[in-house]
Design a protein around this ligand. Structure first.
Ligand SMILES: NC(=O)c1ccc[n+]([C@@H]2O[C@H](COP(=O)([O-])OP(=O)(O)OC[C@H]3O[C@@H](n4cnc5c(N)ncnc54)[C@H](OP(=O)(O)O)[C@@H]3O)[C@@H](O)[C@H]2O)c1
Length: 287
């Protein structure tokens, strides 16, 4: 009787844990689960990357966003291995840089795998729509079929570039990572991506602090009402719309803060007020 009760309790605890896990990830269009909150390592020097990724993993991040052009893939791989976490518990994204066609893309993927020192990459993105995109993407599709890539996608593919790609792709991009924050909300691109089954992911979800993000009056007022920070409100606004976020911080207390956005909900009215902050254009002038 006692054993039965214990076993029931264990099962319930397991189900609750599973439910939480499911809530914390999104299912990509090929069935792969990707965490909704990740940690970005752009502009983190190779010398700081191992410490930062170690700290990010220690406060609960399970998804790391790097790129060939960040110059820190090697250190990301070292930190993940040293953490002792099973490979399938950490989701690794990297991005191709400067590829021009089919063959150099295949070589470039192998070079990333070597630097990361991994057998597979969870998500590989084309960093920007340059080079012979159809050939680059075809190479990614072929490598994906071998199992070295669990999912493939793109970054910075705005309306036309995205449409051109999906119309010729055999594998619809699982993710499109684009500049997305309260000042550039990308509503129409997200609607288009949804119609094809591509998951939106926000780069610079804190606007990298630009345009007075951390002191913005509407965000400050809403943050005060919830006992939260401006960063948490800005991130929650994206999270609440099912956009994957990858905030970057080199400070462990901010890494922690940026993940603590699941214990409050923005009201419809608050969402509306933040929607009005959209300027509809880039703060970076890259894409
Ligand atoms: N695909 C692309 O083209 C592309 C382009 C840009 C970025 N990304 C990806 O997106 C990730 C995030 O974007 P991002 O790094 O540009 O900018 P971000 O995450 O929007 O903002 C990072 C900035 O905000 C500060 N910060 C972070 N958390 C904070 C908090 N709670 N309170 C106050 N300040 C805080 C950081 O400073 P501290 O470090 O000092 O805390 C840093 O200056 C990148 O790391 C990268 O992985 C991709």
């Amino acid at each position: 009787m006692l054993l039965q009760a214990i076993s029931q309790e264990v099962t319930i605890a397991w189900m609750v844990a599973m439910e939480i896990d499911l809530r914390k990830s999104v299912t990509l269009n090929n069935g792969v689960e990707m965490p909704r909150i990740g940690y970005g390592v752009y502009l983190i020097t190779p010398g700081m990357t191992e410490r930062c990724v170690h700290e990010a993993l220690s406060v609960g991040y399970r998804s790391i966003d790097t790129a060939q052009c960040y110059g820190n893939e090697r250190e990301v791989g070292i930190a993940v291995r040293k953490s002792g976490r099973p490979r399938n518990e950490v989701f690794i994204t990297t991005k191709l840089w400067g590829c021009s066609g089919y063959r150099d893309t295949q070589q470039s993927i192998d070079a990333s795998l070597q630097r990361l020192n991994l057998d597979y990459i969870d998500l590989l993105l084309i960093h920007e729509p340059t080079g012979d995109v159809p050939e680059i993407y075809k190479a990614m599709e072929d490598v994906c079929r071998t199992g070295k890539l669990r999912a493939i996608g793109v970054a910075n593919f705005l309306d036309d570039a995205y449409l051109r790609l999906v119309e010729q792709a055999e594998i619809i991009p699982a993710v499109n990572q684009v500049e997305t924050h309260v000042f550039r909300q990308q509503a129409s691109l997200r609607k288009l991506m949804k119609s094809y089954g591509t998951q939106p992911e926000a780069w610079s979800p804190l606007a990298a602090g630009r345009n007075g993000f951390f002191t913005q009056p509407v965000l400050t007022e809403i943050a005060r009402a919830h006992g939260k920070s401006v960063a948490q409100v800005g991130l929650r606004f994206l999270y609440q719309q099912d956009i994957i976020i990858i905030p970057k911080s080199t400070h462990i207390e901010r890494m922690r803060e940026n993940r603590e956005i699941e214990d409050f909900v923005l009201t419809d009215e608050e969402m509306q007020r933040i929607t009005l902050l959209d300027k509809g254009k880039s703060l970076f002038k890259w894409w």
